[in-house]
Design a protein around this ligand. Sequence first.
Ligand SMILES: *[C@@H]1O[C@H](CO)[C@@H](O)[C@H](O)[C@H]1NC(C)=O
Ligand SMILES: *[C@@H]1O[C@H](CO)[C@@H](O)[C@H](O)[C@H]1NC(C)=O
Ligand SMILES: *[C@@H]1O[C@H](CO)[C@@H](O)[C@H](O)[C@H]1NC(C)=O
Ligand SMILES: *[C@@H]1O[C@H](CO)[C@@H](O)[C@H](O)[C@H]1NC(C)=O
Length: 849
Amino acid sequence: MTAAGLLSLTILYLCCLARRVEALNATATSWSTWGPYRPNLYFGVRPQVPDTLLMGLMWASGDSRSKMLSSLRDTCEQDDGMQGYGWTYYDTRLGGSQTIHDTQLQIDLDTGFIKSEDGKSWAVRITGTPKAGATNVKTSLIVHAAVEMDEFSLPKSLGCENQSLRGGGVEALCRGEIAELGHFEFQVVGDARNKALHDTAVNSVLKVSEDEIWKAKSVFTSQAKAVGGSQGQSVAVEDKPGAGNMHFIQTTFEGPFTLTLSYRTVEVAFLDPTAAESGLDSLQSAFPARADKVFPRAAPFEQDKYARFSQAIISNLLGGLGFFHGNTLVDDSQAPAYEETELNFWEDAATAMANATITQTVPLTLLSHTPSRPFFPRGFLWDEGFHLLPVLEWDLDLAISVLQSWFNLIDTDGWIGREQILGPEARSRVPPAFQVQYTHYANPPTLLLLLPPLLAKLTGASRYTGHPSTHLSTPASATALLRDLYPRVARHYAWFRRTQAGNFTSAYPRPAGAADGHGFRWRGRTPQHTLTSGLDDYPRANPPHPGELHLDALAWVGAAADALRQVAAFLGEEGDEVLYAGHVEAAKKGLEVVHWDGERYCDATVEGGQFARVCHEGYLSLFPLLLGLMDAEHPNLGKVLDLVGDEARLWSPFGLRSLSAQDENYGEGEDYWRGAVWVNLNVLAVRRLRELGLEPGKSSREPTAVQKRATALAAELRERVVNTVFASWEKTGFFWEQYKDKTGEGSHSRAFTGWTACVVLLLGLQFDKTTGERGDDATRSPQSSGPPSLTISIGLVVVVVAVVLLRRPLWVTVGKLVKLWDWRKGQASGRYEQLEVIDLDEGGHDRYD
Ligand SMILES: *[C@@H]1O[C@H](CO)[C@@H](O)[C@H](O)[C@H]1NC(C)=O
Ligand SMILES: *[C@@H]1O[C@H](CO)[C@@H](O)[C@H](O)[C@H]1NC(C)=O
Ligand SMILES: *[C@@H]1O[C@H](CO)[C@@H](O)[C@H](O)[C@H]1NC(C)=O
Ligand SMILES: *[C@@H]1O[C@H](CO)[C@@H](O)[C@H](O)[C@H]1NC(C)=O
């Protein structure tokens, strides 16, 4: 410890004393404050408060110092002998339990996390169980905690004590103060049955720099290596408790063990091991009933195995929630080449990028789910829209917090970076060439997909059985929420239209009737990729051309405009409603005049000075259908359904292929979006086909022939997609990024619990031929398709009037229903097996190829 270090510590301490009174209690905390919001770690916990505490758990072999150091587990990695890990049950509001199968170290670890509703205390119970037959298993556990100290923040302090003599099982106690968290303590408590191999060692490090603070493994390793001699031989790191901004608490056990780490702010009591255990037990026993309530299962998925499947899906989707904070790298040079107006524009753009000055933004904050903890542990814009579809059902307020967090990233122009790589910790997982975000790049505006289902819940048009929501508590709070979101959503949409506009000047030939607003173009193309579209290697015009018009870009604009139209109508913004309705109509017109070639929807380009359509049948061709831009009476619907249902083209035994088996590019090249079955778009397909079947006819009450076909396809596709994801999960223990259309096998990244989790939305869809729609239809938006006819409008007025008149009884009833959902007495089916096994393997970086 240097003199300067001591001095700054003293000053820090004095500052803290001076502020003791004002910062005594934590600022507003809630259930959301603490959680395992560091999904890139096997177990890492932090509050949703930037620059505060970062905590986590490492473990290693306890055989010797060198073995301990060479086997330390910290971040999710692919080469450390893990047979799998994942949440068996997990609820963001309450906590849950994760099992980690460490075959190399012969131990199964369980991290059971539980927190109080007020956000002032939490505990994690860590249990270790040696693998059957394994003897003399020695396991070293290291709890780590660090205070993030940036130069401008308020005083902070943290100190740890060795408490092993104090009795009561408490091994170590740490105390600290951080303005936003108040005075807090955390302790590590052992269990009388543990067979400890050494006294608990507390190693406090005085000042770890900001860019090292998240590297628990490397800091710990250098602490351990700093001591030589006989001390250097023991497994335990030097016992050196005290003040500092990073602390390691190490214990080593032989055989099974239990250790509890509990945190509290000083005004409340610790969740002691007994409280933690009983809390976790009741959580576990209530979880199955809760999952079934929110995601009911309809035929043929009633069996218990599908219940476990559904629990594993939702738990791991929720368990991938991360809180990120830090700066990001942006190329905001707005180089002329980024206009992409010249032939060979991608070469000019690449040259300009190589030469551009990269800006480091101010630190940004993001709360987001992650596509995959080992491979993509950060926020992806277009993935998040899909993640939030199930989350919205489970916990509306959580979904809203995430949505707001994403929209808080919007810049004054309306841009949101498509991949959020915030801070050095997130950057450490991304190849440098892919770290920079470009302000002319867009991504499918999937977050807008959330608006229609959200609106349906706010107006009571669709069922909500998730956690009680403050946003649903009164009509005023619902309106306030949309008023808050609306301007930013509208800004993002306007930015998309402006920056991804198609060129309708006289520079390029266009079909008769095509005009501005009828076509859009993804920027950021190269001959092989359109990464910005999300469909990476899906075949498009080659070579790229500045006169191109992309079908999916237009469909996204149309769907986004329709979502905004619905919100504008709800908020009584009549001018906007008319404006957006006009955009929807323009998009629909563009689909027909620009993109329809008489048989299918296609991209468009300019070839030899002529307008030309580029047709590769696949997901792209379905976007007008998937995004709700075709109603049941659409003249092209029959042909689109032909494509959907054709085994030679998109219809595979395992779901819809991304590219027709008849396309020349099918299975070629990287083969990423060239045939494989992707769950997110299959889920959209099932839901949309089903809606078409249910659409009230304009002329007759009977569904038309084409509607019956849509329903039949939806029903069959639902079963195929669920069976595919389920079979692969049952066999391999993994959820996968995509599935092979020939065999149904999972492929690319394992442990892909991001949008593959949308499959849970299909479990409860019912297709009852005799009575039509029945039961759960939580996912259907009330007015998502077609122009609002007079009858629908009148119907809406009636509903709105009724809601206004009856709002008290209505809200009271909703409240009662929500209370009925008895969390503790839910039908428990006892312990269920840990089934979600996540492994780490090759692949997973295709998004960067
Ligand atoms: C801190 O919280 C306690 C208990 O809620 C309360 O009694 C006390 O007045 C608070 N102190 C300050 C300074 O706000
Ligand atoms: C910590 O506690 C252990 C067990 O009582 C003891 O052996 C060790 O000397 C203590 N270390 C310090 C620095 O107090
Ligand atoms: C690279 O950047 C410099 C300074 O910004 C500029 O003068 C130069 O023309 C650029 N070169 C290319 C090839 O864009
Ligand atoms: C359209 O393309 C022409 C020819 O490349 C270009 O000069 C013009 O700036 C483009 N206009 C728009 C609005 O992109």
